[in-house]
Design a protein around this ligand. Structure first.
Ligand SMILES: Cc1cc2nc3c(=O)[nH]c(=O)nc-3n(C[C@H](O)[C@H](O)[C@H](O)COP(=O)(O)OP(=O)(O)OC[C@H]3O[C@@H](n4cnc5c(N)ncnc54)[C@H](O)[C@@H]3O)c2cc1C
Length: 400
């Protein structure tokens, strides 16, 4: 039976993330955003608090906690700034949970343990200059050479590219299959910063998430030991889709937090600003915007909770996670637009955070499956063109 009453532990993690974001980040986020400054101290503080190890079992260096706790943390972090939640999306959602599910014991000891402790940070590199939604269009190649794979290619739009210590990188290992667009020719590799031939750079001039790091990775004859292949040769596409199921979950919960941030900011202003002799909250059309924010917050929250419950019970949640992600991201775009509208001209300046919310929301409507890709998925489910099997694509159930 689904019970959405939060446990003591879930409430504790929610409070931990909220207090951290409010005390450590909120006072300086406007400045960091304006300067497009990624504050590495934030990673250190998140590690100290165990936030970087959420949902990773303690035996692998993590702080434990179930998947709903992870969602709650994402909601609280994005309530303050999207850049904070992005850290959890790539470090935990896309990378660590993928290592936990697909890694060998040796890989877990070597890479997951330091990631769980937050000593090392991690990200996920699938997108390339010529391949985003169309994953099979990636061009990065890996060629076998004795006990190594030699990687060549470019990754683009990678969160934490210029910061992370560990990367999960996808590349074609079978060129014949590539010609036929047969995704069973793609494999996945664990790659460490510092390997000769690997360089990273930061993308400047982004619309939003300016306090976060987004960048590119170049690989020129990067020699990756064969034991760093994640999963079997040819399982890369399957692993990437598994990882996205977890990343999208964190995005859904985070975007829900952004809707709540827009709602709270709008309610406050609507009760202060007066026009035509009354506070604007008394005007029906302002109420309509606030009603939409309040309603979509509740829906978005329930949708990611359902996905979290499926994950907690070891069930596949691709469909439910996609729906939660699509709905919450659309809702956050609408809510932030309406929050700026509620503030009038003052929402149009950086005097209030709603301007930052409006810029920050857009990334998530594009990444981890754009709105259009999720619409296609949802339509394919109801049309019967897509049926998911309960495969290995299920997370381990959280430890007691
Ligand atoms: C801030 C940010 C952070 C990111 N972080 C990461 C990361 O950490 N790791 C990573 O691997 N990637 C990351 N990405 C990349 C992101 O996942 C891609 O941008 C996304 O997959 C879309 O790919 P694209 O930009 O190439 O757009 P395209 O795939 O070229 O799509 C362009 C437009 O066409 C639409 N479209 C495409 N195909 C279809 C179709 N079949 N039907 C209908 N419409 C379609 C899309 O919805 C979109 O509107 C990030 C992107 C951003 C903006």
């Amino acid at each position: 039976m689904i019970d959405f009453t939060l446990s003591e532990e879930q409430l504790m993690i929610q409070k931990l993330a909220r207090d951290f974001a409010q005390k450590e980040v909120a006072p300086k986020i406007k400045d960091n955003d304006q300067k497009a400054f990624f504050d590495k101290n934030i990673l250190t503080k998140m590690a100290e608090l165990g936030i970087l190890g959420l949902s990773i079992p303690t035996k692998y260096g993590g702080s434990g906690g179930d998947y709903i706790s992870l969602g709650l943390a994402c909601e609280e972090l994005e309530y303050v700034d999207t850049s904070l939640r992005v850290i959890l999306s790539v470090h935990i959602g896309l990378n660590s949970l993928t290592l936990l599910t697909w890694g060998t014991e040796e890989q877990k000891q070597k890479y997951l343990v330091p990631q769980g402790k937050g000593i090392k940070s991690a990200t996920f590199a699938l997108t390339e200059p010529n391949a985003g939604s169309d994953v099979v269009a990636i061009e990065t190649k890996a060629k076998k050479d004795g006990n190594y794979w030699i990687l060549n290619g470019e990754k683009m739009w990678i969160s934490l590219a210029d910061v992370a210590d560990h990367f999960i990188i996808f590349a074609w290992t079978d060129q014949e299959k590539r010609k036929k667009r047969d995704h069973s020719g793609i494999s996945c590799f664990i790659v460490e910063r510092g390997l000769p031939g690997l360089t990273t750079a930061t993308i400047h001039g982004k619309l939003g998430i300016r306090a976060g790091n987004t960048g590119s990775i170049s690989m020129s004859d990067v020699r990756v030991p064969k034991e760093n292949m994640l999963g079997q040769e040819g399982e890369g596409f399957k692993i990437s889709m598994f990882a996205l199921d977890q990343g999208r979950y964190t995005v859904a919960a985070g975007a829900t937090g952004l809707v709540r941030a827009c709602l709270d900011a709008s309610v406050k202003y609507a009760n202060e600003r007066k026009t035509f002799g009354d506070v604007i909250g008394k005007h029906q059309l302002v109420k309509e915007m606030i009603a939409d924010m309040a309603t979509s917050y509740e829906i978005a929250h329930m949708l990611w909770l359902r996905a979290g419950w499926l994950k907690n019970t070891g069930q596949r949640s691709t469909k439910e996670t996609s729906l939660a992600k699509m709905y919450a991201c659309d809702a956050s775009e609408r809510a932030s637009g309406n929050a700026v509208q509620t503030y009038g001209a003052y929402g149009y300046s950086d005097e209030y955070p709603v301007e930052r919310f409006y810029r920050n929301c857009k990334g998530a409507v594009i990444y981890e499956g754009s709105r259009e890709i999720h619409k296609l998925m949802q339509a394919d489910y109801v049309l019967g063109y897509r049926i998911d099997k309960p495969t290995r694509c299920s997370l381990p159930t959280p430890e007691e």
